[in-house]
Structures are given as C-alpha cells and as structure tokens.
Ligand binder design. Sequence first.
Ligand code: BGC
Length: 454
Amino acid sequence: MRSRGTTTPHKSRRRAAAALSALILGASLAVAAPGQASAAARVDNPYVGATAYVNPDWSAKAAAEPGGAAIADEPSFVWMDRIAAIDGTPGARGLRAHLDTAVSQGADLFQVVIYNLPGRDCAALASNGELGPTELDRYKNDYVDPIAEILGDPAYASLRIVTLIEPDSLPNLVTNAGGTAGSTPECATMKANGNYEKGIGYALHTLGAIPNVYNYVDAAHHGWLGWDSNFVPAAEQFKKAATTEGATVTDVHGFIVNTANYSALKEPHFAVTDSVNGTTVRQSRWVDWNYYVDELSFAQALRTEMVRQGFASDLGMLIDTARNGWGGSDRPAGPGPRTGVDAYVDGGRTDRRIHAGNWCNQSGAGIGERPTTAPEPGIDAYVWAKPPGESDGSSEPVDNDEGKGFDRMCDPTYTGNGRNGFNLTGALPDSPVAGHWFSGQFQELLRNAHPPLD
Ligand code: BGC
C-alpha cells in the first residue's frame, strides 16, 4: 500500500444503498457458494487500505529496461482495448488471467480500462479501434457483457475493481463534434447517432450492478475542458451519458482526469490569478484564456461541478500521473521573468510541451507522482492509467490488425491541426503502434521523472 494522507470521511445515501445491495448479494452468495468470499460493501474511497495489482506483463518489460527496476513494481491499469483482449492476445494475458494473478498476488484492488466504443477515438486515428460507428450491439453483447460476467464472478468478490470508462469519448462530443476548429465528421457522426452515450450508459449500468465495481468516467484534462465554454457543457454531457440506457448517477463512483495525457499535476511557479504588468496570465500564449493551469485544480473544480449536476456528494477523483512529471535538467527552478506575461509563464512552466493540445509520445515528459492514495481533498488517488513505456501511436503508418491508424500528431515533423493550434507535435521519433512497447520513450520518462526516482 502506498498511502499518503487521509480521506475526508463522507457519509452518503449511496453508500447505504451499496451496503444494502452488497448485503443482499452477500446473503445469496452465502447460499449459492458457501465458503466463497462475499462481496464487501462499497467504500467511499476504494484505494484506502488497498494493495493494488501489479501487472506482471508490464512489470517484466519495465524491469528489462536499464533503470526500469525503480518503477517496475508500481500498479497500473490493464487495458481491455478490443474484444480479443478479454481472452488474451499474444504477449498479453486475458482479463480472467489478470484477475487470477491479482488474487494470487494478494492484491485487493484491480484497475481496468474499458476502451472499445463504436467509432472510438473520433478526433484522432492512432486508436480508432475495431468497432464501426453503428456497432453498438457488438459493444454491448461481445464486449461489455463478457467483461461483466468475468468481473461479477464470486472468485473476484474480494477485489475492489476500479473501471476507467472510455477515455476521450464524451469530451470529443463536447469539443470536436461541430462548430469548432478541431471538429471532425467522425465525432459529428458519434454525436448524432448517440452511440457513445448509449455505450457508456450501458457499461455504467451493467458494470455498476456488480457490488465490488467502482466506475470512474474519463473527463479529459484541463487543457481540453478548462475553458468555461467547455467546462459546464462537459459536465452536462457526463450527466446525460450517466442517465442513459438504465444508468443512474449512482453508477458513477467518480471521474478521472489526464488519462494517458501529459498535463502537469501542479504548476508551482505561476497561478491562473497572477498578472504581469497588469496583464493576467490567462492572456498568455500558453494559457490562452483557460481557467486552469494544472490538473489538481481542474480535478477539484470538476468534482464540485459534477456534484452540482446531481452526482453523489462523496464523488472521488483520480488523476493519471504516469507521465506528467516534467523533471530533469530542463525543469525551471522558479518563476519566469516579469518582463512580459509570456516570458513569465514560459519561463516558469514545468509542462514543456509546445502546445497543451499535443498528446502523442511527448518529448521531455517524465514519470509523474507514483500511485498514491488520497493525496489531496476530493482526490481518491493518483494512478497510472497509461502504463509508462506503451506508445500513444506510431510515428509512421504501420500495418496492424488492432484497428490502429496513423495519426500525424505522432509524427515529429507534422505541423499540427486545429486541436493543437497548428503547432509542431513534440512527438518522439520512431514510435511503434499505440499500446506497443516504446523503449525510447520509457527511457525519456525515467530521465525526466518528477518527483525524481529513488
Ligand atoms: C491504445 C491501446 C493500449 C493503451 C495503453 C491506447 O492508446 O490504443 O491499445 O492498450 O493505449 O497503452
């Protein structure tokens, strides 16, 4: 267990309801399967007191890298990124095998990403996925249902199972589905056919019926939803999906920000409220009128907004800190000069991306905070959702049978699109297909770790 600090104790109706259903299920299990562990009541923060599963497949790859042993025993999420991943693919064990290994490890928390929506990744190509825009039935029957059957097996009732629901999908409906520079016809299609919302509602409802599952919905990052024109519309979009296809807000345990992204956890050398010679940092080129400059402030504000939208008052947030460390020799030691607002922000910011819309295999990035329980108010945990060393996408087209396309945001020579303000991509060269091991990036992440590695 890597616990730091304590959670604020919350009491809620939801907890009482969860306890009741667990009691009923526990009772029926006791009859149906004597001797097997019964499901425990859902707790406010599943990470408290829990030892999380370390994926041995990822761990072996990390440990085989020079210096990788420093982080090879950290827990990270297992990605169910296609139907075949459920049974296992060459080099990656299936869901049951992961869960069995978790039980034999003595872990009591398991983290899994649900990532296979119809028309997936509508504003990018690197992780387009296997299901076409209209294949909602396959998503439900061949993907969500088999996963639910496995997660609901009494053999895993002693595990707290954290699910990360569908990275990037609902945020794409908010900002990239029409009327903006970054919009794509693919996102407009998914908004019009409602299959992201229906798929997510179905997943929340189906997985939320399992008493030891804790659903966390993906909520992008501050550099995506931090503007007021996106923030409340996104919250409303999350609410809409969470009340579709039988789901209710009680199926959502919390939200996760910065999944597989690089936004800094805390910018220590400037605040959004600072100004330089009478000009607010919101007007700097980097901040560009955003209301947030880092993930912790964004996550806490989003939590407040989601409660206001009707989600449980004890909602918990997760932050993916796998790759947002921004340490190493180029990390600024203090604020930039007050000669102008851009000099001040650019001289002091630790996130050294060319543009906050850059997302693929970022040059200069480092390992971030190690997974930590209840680090700050409202935050259930810092987690590693994207396993460090796994590529975000290939820097050139590569044939594959995983539904992975070629997105030029992964090509270091590309000069960008409307979603990154037509800037260079900042991607590392020579990267493999999304999800495949990328030794060069792993080494870069180790070099630039912040906090530094022990
Ligand atoms: C890829 C998945 C992979 C995941 C974790 C995603 O970008 O599309 O195939 O499992 O990253 O590395």
